[in-house]
Write a protein that binds this ligand. Sequence first.
Ligand code: SF4
Length: 303
Amino acid sequence: MNCKICGNKASFKLKSHNLKLCEEDFKVFLDRQFRRAITDMKMFNRQESILVAVSGGKDSLLCWHLINKLAYRSEGVFLDLGIEGFSSASKDKIFKFAKERELKFKVLKVEELTGLDIRMMLKKKRFCAVCGMVKRYWLNRYAYENGFSVIATGHNLEDESAVLLGNILHWQLGYIRRQSPRLDAVGSKLIRRVKPLYKMSEYEIRTYARLEGIDYLSDSCPFKKGNTQDIYKEALSLIEEYSPGTRNNFLFQFLDKKEDIFEKEESVQLNECSKCGMLTTQETCSYSKLIGKEKARYELQEK
Ligand code: SF4
């Protein structure tokens, strides 16, 4: 098996791209994918300060590593959910990563921010939805309060295609229309969000992270079990196995054709939330409603 670029012995086979590559050309190929994602989607520029949301896993650490390698200005932020063993192990990996590269990162303790034990909330049925909402809210608020113009996350090709499949299966037209590796800022309080790894598969990310010597956390969050997104990922992996490249086509063709499929969305009226002052389409934002409800529940239990 020879490298398609240089003809030397190939070490990696990227079935979805029908490519066999040596180690050096594998890195060049993925660096180009990453750079193109940033420039083609106009994710950020060199004047901007990027807040990278890191979890200690391969995706977010590789994302931060590549942003740093390209000499963009960045800082990391970790949302500490206080999950026994898992959260401290995640933090240790990020600490080591940041120290080795002399990068700044901030730990936000969710319990201190919300005044609630998030683990109690996560024991409820839709834990990932609750957790996702809390994390999105605080990432945005921290970025806004600290002058960051963009938030970068480590979502990869499998994540994005699974979200698209889930939304199509339930015909969530609003979500389908808005799905993009770049979500623009609204006013000054809703910060732009970008996903520079959206073209890279888990295999490519895992391999690249290993080649770059990134020491990441392989363990999954204990609350992840039964996550419906994983079922969509498995379904797409099965199709990909039989027909390599289908997952790429599914996501990239959608992103290319989206503008032709949907009419331009009318801008939505956003107001300041009556409780926290951040932007929302309602009088009180979903995050403030959730926290208010949970606090009332705890007070009742304590009586
Ligand atoms: Fe939160 Fe764990 Fe679900 Fe991730 S897997 S969204 S950290 S509960």
